[in-house]
Ligand binder design. Structure first.
Ligand code: SME
Length: 157
């Protein structure tokens, strides 16, 4: 059971994101999440910078896989379905892309810009089943803070 205070993290992230610049805000957001949410080994963004393809953006953690097509991995599943993917055991997820062998569970939140999929936020944990319902809801709200704070370019522009 998570004891992370997402209401507090929400207020802190709102205060941190004091520019409309999406690039600055992606960098700040993943650094903030990596330091404030316990038991993560990777936190970062993949952006739809080519149609149907996720391109690695700002992140914290080990160098990662790039690019990721929409039909591959947990990130691709989030991009295609436009729904958060919460994977308790990445080894049991067909097509999971192992960038860091330490990763055991994963949460990927899609980010939309108008009708388009702008990108995804990807969090990995070395702990199996790290992400609870409460973590998912809290992290989705943190993504909402990032979106509200940022001028997002149209994908591919
Ligand atoms: N595991 C992801 C790939 C990205 S890394 O975890 C950073 C996936 O299956 O899409």
């Amino acid at each position: 059971m998570s004891t992370t205070d997402y209401t507090l993290l929400n207020r802190q992230l709102e205060a941190l994101l004091d520019t409309r610049d999406w690039l600055t805000n992606t960098a700040q957001t993943c650094a903030f999440l990596m330091h404030e949410i316990p038991d993560l080994n990777w936190a970062g963004f993949y952006l739809q910078r080519q149609p149907g393809t996720l391109i690695l953006g700002p992140f914290q953690g080990l160098p990662a896989c790039n690019p990721i097509p929409f039909d591959k991995g947990v990130c691709g599943a989030a991009a295609t379905s436009r729904r958060t993917q919460r994977v308790a055991d990445v080894h049991a997820f067909p097509g999971h892309i192992a960038c860091d062998a330490a990763s055991r569970s994963e949460l990927v939140v899609p980010i939309e810009c108008g009708a388009e999929l702008w990108g995804v936020l990807d969090l990995d944990s070395p702990q199996p089943a790290r992400f609870s319902d409460a973590d998912q809801a809290g992290i989705e709200r943190l993504v909402d803070v990032f979106v509200a704070a940022s001028d997002l370019p149209i994908p591919g522009a």
